[in-house]
Design a protein around this ligand. Structure first.
Ligand SMILES: Cc1ncc(COP(=O)(O)O)c(C=O)c1O
Length: 439
């Protein structure tokens, strides 16, 4: 019997108590709860890599803006569903200055986290064309988006992009679009969980096919500006955050403030609808709404019944953050670079101890260091490895729950681990490597 950093009896006991049939298949929140319980019972701190919580303090300028708004009494007043004018203008400026795209403030909407932006969009896109009933996910992806589809009872199809990078993406996407059932596509870029980033060529392919097949592209920019191989931090100066918006006018962007501005707790995000889509008429929408206008019904037919808008004070907080970023007074990218630096060190510790990075390339370039990375260990599936590593005080999630076809893989999140934990991480990885020699 090998002695592991976390006593095996405690781990086994807590797994049993959790009632989870398989740890490797558990959701992020279930793993979090299990690890909380093991930490309490063992008195040992884990290297926690399961949950994508920002590991940095919130953007102070946002907190100040929000407090000021609360003092002025906004808590008493219902906010407009489409957002306060100031936040709409700053969102429009933000996408112009950091992405070089033009979107009318009308289509720039604050949402209750980008999670709500997704939910509202799925709900509507599933209804725009009565003969199209399916969303296509370019996977791997964020598991909650699929959960949203399940509760909305919307069909989805997906494929793992791992083997379809570059020009190969065109044929793969067309094979889905040709069937005629796909109304929209979702992907995140940089990608959660794999941290791959689409190249300009790939974004162009996606945009061109969106035009050809009239498919709406939902681009989830939860990790805006965080491909640190390029400096996207200077407003109004190239390079800009890459986007499909340069190749189609049939898009919705979700820009989260959770990671870029460390503002997850206030649940405010941005939904940016392309001008053309915002004004589009879809006669089939009349089955559910009083008219057929996409933008109008997103606001008054969809966001209204969901939450009647987004927290009033949080809108002021976000306005303050965006204004400072747009005016070049707040370099949010510089702050979050910490994640990339930690990823660089952590990836080294893993690979020196027999682990391999699963998603490692963007076409011909090594992927960036950022918020997440993926790893495997010879001889284990991701599900087996995840469970084994719990005994070594290291928690993460298996790629199986993300739609990845790399069944050997695990996703690690770099945000919560502190630099002073690297030594313990290294010791634990070394011990794992010794205890599991590679044949
Ligand atoms: C890809 C992706 N989309 C959306 C979200 C949710 O963002 P928000 O906190 O703005 O709802 C996350 C959060 O982890 C994410 O990783």
């Amino acid at each position: 019997m090998i002695s592991t950093p976390i006593p095996a009896e405690i781990v086994q006991q807590k797994i049993l108590e959790s009632g989870l049939p398989s740890i490797g298949n558990a959701s992020i929140r279930e793993i979090k709860k299990l690890v909380d319980n093991i930490e309490t019972a063992s008195g040992q701190k884990f290297i926690r890599m399961e949950m994508g919580i920002p590991g940095l303090p919130p953007a102070q300028i946002g907190v100040d803006g929000q407090i000021e708004a609360l003092r002025k009494g906004v808590a008493a007043i219902y906010p407009d569903i489409h957002g306060i004018p100031m936040v709409k203008n700053e969102i429009s400026r933000f996408v112009k200055l950091f992405m070089n795209i033009d979107v009318n403030p009308e289509g720039c909407l604050p949402t209750v986290g980008s999670m709500q932006g997704g939910f509202a969009s799925f709900l509507m896109l599933g209804r725009i064309l009565k003969d199209r009933d399916t969303t296509l996910f370019i996977d791997p992806g964020f598991p909650v988006h699929k959960q949203q589809h399940k509760v909305l009872n919307i069909k989805f199809e997906s494929f793992d992009v791992y083997n379809y990078r570059g020009e190969k993406l065109r044929e793969k996407l067309e094979s889905f679009f040709k069937k005629g059932n796909i109304h929209s596509v979702l992907y995140s870029n940089p990608n959660n969980p794999s941290w791959i980033c689409f190249t300009e060529k790939e974004l162009q392919i996606i945009g061109e096919l969106a035009n050809k097949y009239q498919v709406v592209i939902m681009e989830d920019l939860a990790y805006f500006g965080m491909d640190f191989r390029n400096d996207y931090s200077k407003p109004g100066q190239p390079p800009y955050q890459p986007s499909v918006a340069n190749y189609t006018d049939n898009y919705i962007l979700f820009i989260s403030s959770s990671k870029a501005f460390s503002y997850a707790g206030e649940r405010i995000g941005m939904m940016v609808i392309a001008d053309k889509l915002f004004k589009s008429h879809f006669p089939d929408l009349k089955r559910f709404y009083s008219n057929d206008l996409f933008g109008y019904n997103m606001i008054f037919g969809t966001l209204y019944p969901l939450s009647s808008g987004t927290s009033h004070s949080a809108q002021y907080g976000l306005t303050a953050i965006l204004k400072a970023a747009n005016d070049g007074k707040f370099d949010f990218v510089e702050i979050v670079k910490e994640y990339g630096e930690k990823a660089h060190i952590m990836k080294k510790l893993f690979t020196e101890n027999g682990f391999e990075i699963v998603y490692d390339m963007d076409e011909d370039k090594p992927i960036a260091d950022g918020f997440y990375f993926t790893y495997s260990y010879p001889g284990f599936t991701g599900i087996e490895l995840l469970e084994k590593m719990i005994y070594y005080g290291i928690s993460a999630i298996s790629l199986d729950i993300t739609g990845s076809e790399r069944h050997e893989g695990i996703r690690a999140c770099t945000s919560l681990i502190q630099r002073n934990q690297f030594e313990v991480l290294e010791q634990r990885l070394k011990q794992f490597h010794i205890d599991h020699p590679i044949k």
